[in-house]
Design a protein around this ligand. Structure first.
Ligand code: SF4
Length: 219
């Protein structure tokens, strides 16, 4: 990204933030009630290859405070990214760490970090797309929801949208551009987020994720 592209992106994010801050939670709550939702406690949103939870530095720190775990026990980098000319793999933001195909905090008894779960989990299956209510696949859609529950969910959705836009603004402000290059087994994994840059050695990315990332580099 060149300077002009960065400025353009920041201007667009500032407009999105303004709109999010002005958003009427009454309208969002009304829509939630219209579509309906009742969690079925099936745990399907916490399990499976396809389900990943985007998580931000503040949320990772809250989970670490709750569980006493280290950063890389709670979160992992996504597999999508690009290589720089020094053979380092660059990616954006974080995902909650998985054990096998499932979120590592899922248990048959429910979420093990329920009080500290990320905003994405708290608001699932709903999300706001520039103020418009959308939802992901979920068997709870259509269920009965009280107006108090819908209002609380609408407020959380607004808070989540503002939080995510602010995270994106900080990410763009701190993003360090790099020269593109070829995959290499000798580089590092570099994660760009709202705090700047986190660098990790391949050896720190354990298990299946490390293997998948190395495979994506072709070795
Ligand atoms: S943090 Fe909790 S609610 Fe979120 S995906 Fe993991 S187990 Fe499910």
């Amino acid at each position: 990204m060149n300077r002009a592209e960065i400025e353009e992106m920041l201007a667009e994010l500032a407009l999105q933030l303004e709109r999010a801050e002005r958003l009427s939670t009454e309208i969002v709550a009304r829509d939630i009630r219209r579509f309906g939702f009742r969690c079925q406690r099936c745990g399907e949103c916490c399990r499976g290859e396809e389900n990943t939870v985007a998580v931000f530095p503040l949320e990772i720190r809250a989970i670490m405070g709750e569980t006493g775990e280290g950063w890389l026990e709670a979160a992992e980098p996504p597999l999508e990214g690009e290589w720089d000319s020094g053979g380092n793999f660059h990616t954006l933001e974080w995902r909650l760490r998985k054990t096998g195909r499932d979120c590592r905090y899922f248990s048959e008894g429910g979420c093990r970090i329920y009080g500290r779960r990320p905003l994405l989990c708290e608001t699932y299956p709903f999300y706001l797309d520039d103020g418009r209510l959308r939802w992901s696949e979920c068997r709870g859609i259509g269920g009965e929801i009280s107006s108090e529950e819908a209002t609380k969910l609408a407020e959380l959705l607004k808070r989540r949208q503002i939080f995510e836009i602010r995270e994106a603004i900080e990410l763009v402000r701190k993003y360090e551009e790099f020269e593109r290059g070829e995959p290499s087994p000798f580089g590092r994994c570099i994660i760009h987020d709202s705090e700047g840059v986190h660098e990790i050695e391949w050896a720190e990315i354990s298990g299946a994720l490390g293997r998948r990332l190395r495979r994506s580099g072709g070795w």
